[in-house]
Design a protein around this ligand. Structure first.
Ligand code: COA
Length: 152
């Protein structure tokens, strides 16, 4: 498994196609609906298997000073439960810290709340409902302060 940012036009096309297929297509949403205006400036992470096939994706963007938001986490259906989602989230958190972020918030689909809880995210309340049926919870993780005196 190789975890990195997509680089070429083809890799980005595959990246958005997986995002669409997992997070939009099952609800009848058209291709293109998986993108938003923040993609241009966001941090993108993708995982490739030994055959260089894309198997998982996730995105980080800045929402306010020191706070990032993780969105569009998606693992190829046949590949779930093998640590791929974990690898994407670990990498997004590593990059968030490198960008000086001290916390991440996200809106978790109810079906994924346990995944984020296991990773130290706490539920902060109810979130939005997507496509009238996909309920979300607001979750947040504060990174541990490595040196309390320096506050970093
Ligand atoms: C949610 C998702 C990203 C998790 O990725 P994954 O590759 O299946 O998860 P992993 O194998 O990396 O799991 C890591 C750990 O979290 C646990 N976990 C995974 N999904 C979980 C869930 N839905 N509820 C509770 N725990 C979960 C695993 O058991 C594993 O724990 P372990 O190490 O103790 O065995 C993936 O299932 C997915 O793409 N789902 C559909 C799209 C989606 O809902 N995206 C999130 C939108 S907010």
């Amino acid at each position: 498994m190789e975890i990195r940012s997509p680089e070429t036009e083809e890799e980005f096309a595959a990246y958005y196609e997986l995002r669409w297929r997992v997070l939009r297509k099952p609800w009848g949403q058209p291709s293109g609906s998986e993108r938003d205006e923040l993609d241009a400036a966001a941090t993108h992470v993708a995982g490739y298997d030994e055959a260089k096939r894309l198997v998982c994706v996730g995105r980080l963007h800045a929402v306010e000073t020191g706070v990032g938001q993780v969105r569009y986490m998606a693992v190829e259906e046949s590949m779930r439960g093998r640590g791929l989602g974990q690898a994407v989230l670990d990498e997004l958190e590593r990059l968030a810290k490198r960008q000086g972020m001290t916390a991440i918030r996200l809106d978790a689909r109810e079906s994924a709340v346990g995944f984020y809880q296991r990773n130290g995210y706490a539920t902060e309340g109810e979130g939005h409902t997507l496509f009238a049926v996909v309920h979300h919870s607001k979750m947040r993780k504060q990174f541990a302060v490595s040196n309390p005196e320096e506050g970093v």
